[in-house]
Structures are given as structure tokens and as C-alpha cells.
Ligand binder design. Structure first.
Ligand SMILES: Nc1nc2c(c(=O)[nH]1)N[C@H]1C(S)=C(S)[C@@H](COP(=O)(O)OP(=O)(O)OC[C@H]3O[C@@H](n4cnc5c(N)ncnc54)[C@H](O)[C@@H]3O)O[C@H]1N2
Ligand code: MOO
Length: 390
């Protein structure tokens, strides 16, 4: 059995970043910027007033100065001309500053009578002017790669970038396998259960920026599995769930190999997740996840998400880990790395007693996985330990 790190290294070798496509700005949120884009203009494109008030000449900012109001500038409506000493221009936030003006006196600091203002308070040290290009200059880059946040979308809009180059979304085909499975909402027979991890995995990969194609449940026979693999054609990544272990009905590896899968590895020193399998099948990478629901979801976090991030051009890195102090003593770990459902609160991590890989109810309570390396010795409360946030 190979280690988690070796399995991840082998998985990264199976995929490459996908090509870029242009999408409209409205569709770019949460997508991954595929190459640097640069501002098409200065922002602001002119020196602009930051306040509602009066634009004045540099020499006129004195308490008691009396100035003649000679016009008005509003956002979208500049005033053409040059301001001379002794003159003031009524100006509003966002309006272009007129030539000759050096500052804007806020309207709270003047009194006005007809076309004359008197500055009543000249203590304001700021100019209340936004310089041209003060936010960004034409040519300023937004560097790739990055997952585009709402703030990035606002910035791209201000830069006048209407079409955004983003990495194509990986298409992930998900195949749940097993005679015991029915879809949520169906009527299970007496020996049947509801397919759950296929739905969890679809949600997980879509949250990471992939498109999930949830295929019909494949029954435990060669023909059904072959049909499912046929339906997965065109996917960048094929994920199977279940049928990965050593039982008589665990046929996924066998069928994948008759279809030409080049196996990269099978079985890893990890708990849950031991019967993980991976390889290349046609133009797709394939990951065979164990069927136990928690095993499938934990392998989703530890292996599938980093693989998707690599396909999106976000680099080949393991899931980021944190450290925290143990809230209680724990015993020693066995030969497999153990990813234990745990809860982090106030900097202290509590590991759940029940770690069976069928218990989804414990997984939903957990907000992290506490990582025990192989043969980790017993540990005391207060000792630190690595966590994978969920
Ligand atoms: N003799 C051995 N038996 C098992 C071993 C082993 O090493 N030797 N490994 C165990 C481990 S660890 C795991 S994990 C499981 C994985 O087995 P499979 O990947 O073959 O999964 P299945 O047998 O198909 O299913 C396991 C379990 O999960 C349920 N299941 C499957 N798919 C789904 C789904 N989409 N939604 C919900 N539940 C699902 C299935 O009904 C089974 O209860 O093997 C151990 N056995
Ligand atoms: O690896 Mo199994 O995934 O321990 O339940």
C-alpha cells in the first residue's frame, strides 16, 4: 500500500490544467482566471471630487474667504473651463475636477448666499480629490491564476473587461455502483439503501468549480458497469463509488481494466479509504472511490478536490492543513494514516468516538478531519495536531 502523499503525487500525474475559454463577466464569479488580464483604462479616468461641496483654487482655502460660484459639475456632467482665484465651482461626488482647482471644500464648511460662498471652516487637511488613476492605471494586471471573488468581479467591471478568460470547468462523471442502491425519492426494497455519496460527491466537486454528471446507478454486473463507463465518455474525470474492495461483487477495477484503464495505483495506507484506485481511462483520469459513504467523502476532500484544483490551473497542492491543540488524550494510531472526524471550537479539537466509515451523521457534525500519521504515538490533551477543515 502506498502513502497518502504518494497517491496524491500519482493522481497529479494523471491530469493537466484544462484550456481557457472566454465567458461574459456575469458568468465569471467563482471561475478560475486563466491568464493575467490588464485594466483597459485608468480609474478614475480623471481627477474627481470625493465629496459634495465646492472646488476652489489652492490660494483660496482660508477661513472667511468669499468666493463667487461660477458653475456646477456633477457625476457624468463635467464643467469645461478653468477656475481662477476668487472663484468656486459647485461640485458633487464623482464629478471631474475643473482645471485650476486644487481642493474641494465640503458644503458643511461653507455658507452660501446667492452666487457667493464664504468658507466658515478651513481646518480640513485633505484635498477631497481622487487623483486620476488613483485606484488603478491602464495596464494594471489582475494576475492569474485566481478563483474570482465578488470583489474581483467588481474590479474587472471597473477595468472594462466584459469577457473574462477562465479555465474550462472540469466535467466529472460520477458512477455509483451496487445492487443495493436506489436514488433518493425512490422506494427501496427490503435489502436496499439510498445512494448518498454520489450526491455528496457531486455537491463537493461542483462547489470546487467542476460540472458533475451524475450517471444512473450501475448494478453489480459487468454489462451494467460497461454501460456506465460508456455514458461517462467525454468526461475529464470519472469517479466510481463502491465495488472497489475484494468482494465477489467488487467489479469496478476488473471492468475498468478490460476497457483499457491504465492503473496508477490500488490501495493506500489510509483510513478510511484503503481500497482507493486510480488510473487513466481513454482521455479521462479515473478515481475509484471506496463505497462506504464517509470513505468516499473523505477521499473526495483529500484526493478529488486537489485533482480538480490542478485541472483548474490552481497548482498541484494537497488540501491545506491547519494545526490545533487536542482537547483530550488520544491513543496511538495503527499503520494507516487516519483522517478522523473531529470538531474544532475555540482552538481546541475534539475527536468523535465513533469513527466507523458508514456514519454520515458523524460527518455532518464534524467541521474538520484530525490527521493521525501512520504509527502516531498516543497523545495528551494540549498537544498539537494537524487538521483538514471541512
Ligand atoms: N475482506 C475485506 N473486506 C473489506 C475490506 C478489506 O480490505 N477486506 N475493505 C473494507 C473497506 S476499508 C471499505 S472502505 C469497503 C469498500 O468497499 P467497496 O468500495 O467495494 O464498496 P462496496 O462494497 O460497494 O460498499 C461498501 C458499503 O458502502 C455502501 N455504498 C456503496 N455505494 C454507496 C453509495 N453510492 N451511497 C451509499 N452507500 C453506498 C454499500 O452499501 C456498503 O455498505 O470494503 C470493506 N470491506
Ligand atoms: O477504508 Mo474503509 O474506507 O476504512 O472504510
Amino acid at each position: 500500500m502506498i502513502s497518502v502523499a504518494e497517491a496524491l503525487r500519482d493522481l497529479f500525474a494523471l491530469v493537466t490544467p484544462l484550456p481557457a475559454e472566454d465567458v461574459p463577466l456575469r458568468a465569471a464569479a467563482q471561475r478560475v482566471l486563466a491568464r493575467d488580464v490588464t485594466a483597459r483604462r485608468d480609474q478614475p479616468p480623471f481627477a474627481a471630487s470625493a465629496m459634495d461641496g465646492y472646488a476652489v483654487h489652492a490660494s483660496d482655502h482660508r477661513q472667511g474667504a468669499t468666493l463667487q460660484v461660477i458653475g456646477e459639475a456633477a457625476a457624468g456632467h463635467g464643467w469645461q473651463g478653468k477656475l481662477a482665484p476668487g472663484q468656486a465651482l459647485r461640485i458633487f461626488t464623482g464629478a471631474p475636477l475643473p482645471a485650476g482647482a486644487a481642493r474641494v471644500v465640503i458644503q458643511e464648511n461653507v455658507t452660501r448666499a446667492g452666487d457667493t460662498i464664504t468658507i466658515t471652516d478651513a481646518s480640513d487637511s485633505g484635498s477631497n480629490i481622487r487623483p486620476q488613476g488613483g485606484d488603478f492605471a491602464q495596464g494594471t494586471p489582475l494576475p492569474a491564476p485566481r478563483r474570482l471573488t465578488p470583489s474581483d468581479i467588481a474590479l474587472l467591471a471597473a477595468m472594462n473587461i466584459a469577457q473574462v478568460p477562465v479555465t474550462r470547468k472540469p466535467l466529472v462523471a460520477i458512477i455509483a455502483t451496487g445492487d443495493e442502491l436506489v436514488q433518493p425519492g425512490d422506494h427501496p426494497g427490503p435489502d436496499q439503501i439510498i445512494a448518498s455519496n454520489s450526491y455528496g460527491l457531486a455537491a463537493l466537486v461542483e462547489a470546487a468549480g467542476a460540472t458533475a454528471r451524475l450517471l444512473p446507478i450501475a448494478r453489480d454486473n459487468i454489462a451494467a458497469l460497461e454501460q456506465s463507463f460508456a455514458l461517462a465518455r467525454g468526461a475529464d474525470l470519472i469517479i466510481t463509488i463502491g465495488g472497489a474492495s475484494v468482494g465477489d461483487h467488487d467489479l469496478v477495477g476488473q471492468v475498468a481494466q478490460t476497457l483499457g484503464m491504465q492503473r496508477s495505483f490500488y490501495k493506500i495506507a489510509m483510513r478510511p479509504g484503503k481500497p482507493l484506485m486510480a488510473g487513466r481511462l481513454g482521455n479521462a483520469a479515473m478515481i475509484g472511490l471506496p463505497g462506504n459513504p464517509v470513505s468516499a467523502m473523505v477521499c473526495g476532500h483529500v484526493f478529488v478536490l486537489p485533482v480538480i484544483r490542478k485541472m483548474l490551473g490552481l497548482g498541484a497542492d494537497p488540501a491545506p492543513l491547519h494545526t490545533a491543540a487536542l482537547a483530550h488524550d488520544i491513543g496511538s494510531n495503527g499503520p494507516r494514516a487516519h483522517y478522523m472526524r473531529a470538531h474544532l471550537a475555540n482552538g481546541q479539537v475534539t475527536i468523535y468516538d465513533r469513527q466507523d466509515s458508514s456514519l454520515l451523521s458523524v460527518l455532518t457534525q464534524a467541521n474538520c478531519l484530525a490527521l493521525r500519521p501512520p504509527h502516531d504515538p498516543a497523545r495528551k490533551a494540549g498537544e498539537s495536531l494537524q487538521l483538514l477543515p471541512l
